[in-house]
Design a protein around this ligand. Structure first.
Ligand code: 13P
Length: 289
């Protein structure tokens, strides 16, 4: 199946009260693990690419080539969207040109008027080209220079202004943060989520910072309109732990010499296990059948 935009899968998820997983990719092994797991579990999937990961993987055209090649060579039949994660305005334009099927423009750090202005331009472009577009209001917290922000809550009125532009999906800050949650994290703000949902209506909502949110809070968020959940750090941690265990067991020293395929295999398997666990929680297994 060719790359698809994320619109249909998210509308179905919102109506069916489950969420599609966005798993961020960083290299070939991660991409392969996520695609194989989605296919095995018959789940639609979104591959997220940050601008940094895009650069690391030799640019957006390389990413598009790799993902399209894998979909064909691995006989992936479930819907797959290739999505820019937290894109800048310039990054969004570059990914559109390179052949991504879905774009996130993160204008949350701009004054709302500028966020609206830039998002509007991209809504028009994506509409013409048949791509899906995610916008953000109320920045998602996370670690910056060692300081962990608690996550801002979006203003529902601003969410409506952005949603009304015709975006496919909306990321609204509800106290969620990227990376590991601090001990004193107060949890998701369901009051904010409900208020946002009530003002934006039928636009699927996106929950960033899917690492470490307790299962009951994820399920409640889905019941209140979240149809896409992003996971990155948890895959990184799983990959790191499995690779470290393999090296510490001295297994990389066995055989004729250094074999990157063997060294990376436990990490790749750990990502498959992690994706499966998340998909079970999100309820998206079997939804591509
Ligand atoms: P985590 O790294 O916390 O899983 O968040 C991922 C994310 O939201 C990417 O946009």
């Amino acid at each position: 199946m060719p790359l698809v935009n994320a619109k249909d899968m998210l509308i179905k998820a919102m109506e069916g009260k489950y969420a599609v997983g966005q798993f961020n990719i960083n290299n070939l092994e991660w991409t392969k693990s996520i695609l194989l797991t989605a296919e095995e579990l018959k789940a639609p999937v979104i591959l997220g690419v940050s601008e940094g990961a895009g650069k690391y993987m030799c640019g957006y055209k390389t990413v598009v080539g790799m993902v399209k090649g894998m979909i064909e060579e691995l006989n992936i039949t479930v819907p797959v969207a290739l999505h820019l994660d937290h894109g800048s305005f310039e990054g969004a334009k570059a990914c559109i040109k390179a052949g991504f099927s879905s774009i996130m423009f993160d204008g949350s750090h701009y004054p709302i008027e500028e966020n609206i202005e830039k998002t509007k331009i991209l809504v028009n472009t994506c509409e013409v080209l048949g791509l899906s577009l995610e916008a953000e209001v109320g920045s998602i917290g996370g670690e910056e220079d060692g300081v962990v922000g608690m996550g801002e809550c979006a203003d529902p009125a601003e969410c409506k202004q952005i949603a009304d532009l015709g975006v496919t999906m909306l990321a609204a800050g509800i106290g969620n943060i990227h990376g590991k949650y601090p001990e004193n994290w107060p949890g998701l703000s369901f009051d904010t989520l409900e208020a946002v949902k009530n003002t934006v209506g039928d636009v699927p909502l996106v929950l960033h910072g899917g690492t470490g949110i307790p299962e009951d809070q994820i399920k409640k968020a889905i019941s209140l309109g979240v149809a896409k959940i992003n996971v990155n750090t948890e895959c990184q941690l799983a990959f790191q732990e499995a690779t470290r265990a393999y090296i510490e067991a001295g297994k990389d020293q066995q055989g004729k010499g250094f074999d990157p395929r063997k060294l990376l295999a436990p990490g790749a398997q750990a990502i498959r296990d992690m994706v499966k666990t998340k998909m079970e929680i999100f309820g998206c297994i079997g939804k591509a059948e």
